[in-house]
Design a protein around this ligand. Sequence first.
Ligand code: G3P
Length: 511
Amino acid sequence: PTRGRFGPLVGAIDEGTSSARFLVFAAQTSEVLTFHQIEIEQKCPKEGWVQQDPMDIYNAVIQCIEKSVENLIKLDIDPADIVAVGITNQRETTIIWDSQTGEPLHDAIVWLDTRTAETVDALLADVRDKNQDYLRPLCGLPMSTYFSAVKARWLRDNIPEIKDAMDAKTCMFGTVDSWLLWKLTGGPEGGLHITDVTNASRTMLMNIKTLQWDDTLCKFFDIPKEILPEIRSSSEIYGYFVNGPLRGVPISGCLGDQQSALVGQMCFQQGQAKNTYGTGCFLLYNTGTALVHSTHGLLTTVAYKLGKNATPVYALEGAIAIAGVCFRWLRDNLGILKSVEESESIVRDMTTRSEVAFVPAFSGLYAPYWRKDARSVICGLTEETPKAAIVKAAMEAVCFQTRDIMDVMNQECGIPLRTLLVDGGMTANNLIMQMQSDLCGVPVVRPLMTETTALGAAMAAGYAEGINVWELKGHQGVPKDYFYPTITEDERDIRYSRWKMAIKRSLNWQP
Ligand code: G3P
């Protein structure tokens, strides 16, 4: 293979909820030279339970790396040009493994999983007014089934082997980034037990001001500090691959996937925001160095800390649990879609007018409601309702949930978002993008390069001290598509009020 044809290359491991990917970027142009992707099986052994085998996650990452390296060779590009690798990952998903053997002590509990509903109730039982915002001043997050500490506590309470290992401090806790970093840098033989600030900020165990594990929080959840990884910045050399085709290559970037997309979209200025449509949907608003505490259900989270001594930047986040995954449900559970991609044409071809509203609350409702007891509802059906109307309502649900978040974000941040910057797999669907613009009443802006999640991790890795191949300001002004609102304000208001009525029903389902 020819050396240096594209200049220095940077790899990105992107381990999302549905699949693992490895992408290779040319640092000088941000161009993706090759990638490989493998779907990860989700196991649902009981209603509301979602788990994955940590070894499946790791093996899929390894295979993606191997395949991508093979592809590079076929393209006559020297894999030795890869100078660094970054990691970005589904956040909150919790893994506990034996520090001696490296064996996972349980499947990973995926962020979407709601088995911890009773754990949440038990933890709140002694809290004044059962206030789910009780820990917000310390960690920026409400008590919810979503975050890692609650999942770790469930594992402690329900898996005796894990309780024993926690008490004996013979296990390690990690989100997916930590698990991969530890495995890739040697596992039981000297693997590094590390996480970055963005991932740590989703555990409920990190103090959002000091960016260190917090004694009060660890005590509250009864999780020993000794089993937690060391918290590092999002851009620094953590360690090196010990095996495989990338042996000796530094790992120097790490960000939770939503924060990584914020970086990939170049939202480095206070007031810039992006919305990523994946399994769920996540709107992050850069609040600069200011830590803004939400009173309307948004999360306070670390956006990035690009360097050991860099100042941390914060974000307000609106998290929606169910976006893309709803179309998988329509395909796999209801069988009304042959493929997820078919959704666009099926709705475009619909001739009847419909007034169906669909609130997909499979994991309860996240922001801004934070109601684990919310249930899904589909309303407005008639005898004439075609299946396409349900698909359309699912699309609108993604857009309306984004509108819910935008409205509270505009209230809390003072300066309304004048455009919505988007990315993620679902943004390939032009119909959803047009609906999003219509239902929010602002232009939606989609970069032509939609791999922004992986790009953010690659940027962080290439920018790290000692690597220095990525100039963060260098890639502004990338080509974009625009979608402008096409409906009147009156129509927008009528449709949104129907959504709000459906939300009320979803919140009042339980007897
Ligand atoms: O917080 C969960 C989030 O990180 C998952 O992202 O892209 O898998 O929907 P995604």
